[in-house]
Design a protein around this ligand. Sequence first.
Ligand SMILES: Nc1ncnc2c1ncn2[C@@H]1O[C@H](COP(=O)(O)OP(=O)(O)OP(=O)(O)O)[C@@H](O)[C@H]1O
Ligand SMILES: [Mg+2]
Length: 329
Amino acid sequence: MSYAIQAEGLVKRYGNMVALDGVDLEVPVGKVIGVLGPNGAGKTTTVRILATLMRPDGGRATVGGYDVMKDPVRVRGLIGLTGQYASVDESLSGRENLVLLGRLLDMSKRNAKARAVELLERFELVDAADRPISTFSGGMRRRLDLAASLVGRPQVLYLDEPTTGLDPHARNEVWEVVRRLVADGTTVLLTTQYLEEADQLADRITVFDHGRVVAEGKPGELKRRVGGQTLQVRPTLASDLDEVGRILAELTGAAPARDLNTGLLTVPVADPMLVSALVRRLDGAGVAVDELGLRLPSLDEVFLALTGRPAEESKRNTQQNPIAERNVA
Ligand SMILES: Nc1ncnc2c1ncn2[C@@H]1O[C@H](COP(=O)(O)OP(=O)(O)OP(=O)(O)O)[C@@H](O)[C@H]1O
Ligand SMILES: [Mg+2]
């Protein structure tokens, strides 16, 4: 298998603070890796090292086979970066930003203009192309950021929290863009605090916590690693909750969790065959149910099992940093 990104034992310290403590990463060509972790886990630090914006204190990394420390110029020729914080110039229009970036990449005026038009069309920004960025919505800005990182047709794209702060509609738009890029063969390293985002987009997920990789695998594998499945039952009548709870406890040997708002009882199960036994018992007791099924644990549950903390706890602090990160398309 050929790898677009390989990193081994990356270490980064800020003074006494160890931001990365021996991170390994491997991303096959054309795949999407999701780097998932709470605030301060080391996601941006990793991206910056792989984008040659920062040197590691230990370990090594290659992108497209080029060493990020020995061959940074070659690496820069292969990559695009959409930083965590907007990298476009507010006072310029969308079109001007894209043309400027093309010119910085040594394109002729004509080529830079043509590339800008192509990207504005692709990101559905044609109508707004000549308005200053300051009038753009959050979703439009994010799309323009993405477009900006693609001016140089990168083979490897880093997206650092591309949808943080976006509403669900704008988030979906960004996801569509990422899917199209991947369909065209781009390798993507995406950092996110949203488990659902990693689940939606990534072929493999690496979970970071405190500068270390705490888990790695396909989304489904990670979910399974937490063990077993979850059985969910929703009795039709709220008055049956106690009875169903008793039956579940008897069959599984565990106390089911009950959500009074949704009327749902959930309990982990090791043996999927238990479902048929449950159906017989419910039938015998004359209890009707609206919902009954098995599911893999959610990535939220996986995160909790891996780190001992709920992922929700880490979703605070999403305001934008006033210091703009530069774009290295
Ligand atoms: N320039 C810096 N100087 C000192 N400490 C830093 C610097 N940049 C990052 N850190 C620290 O290094 C750790 C890792 O930071 P990093 O930005 O990589 O995390 P992150 O996973 O991207 O977090 P977030 O989700 O908040 O973006 C944090 O504890 C952070 O405070
Ligand atoms: Mg970050």
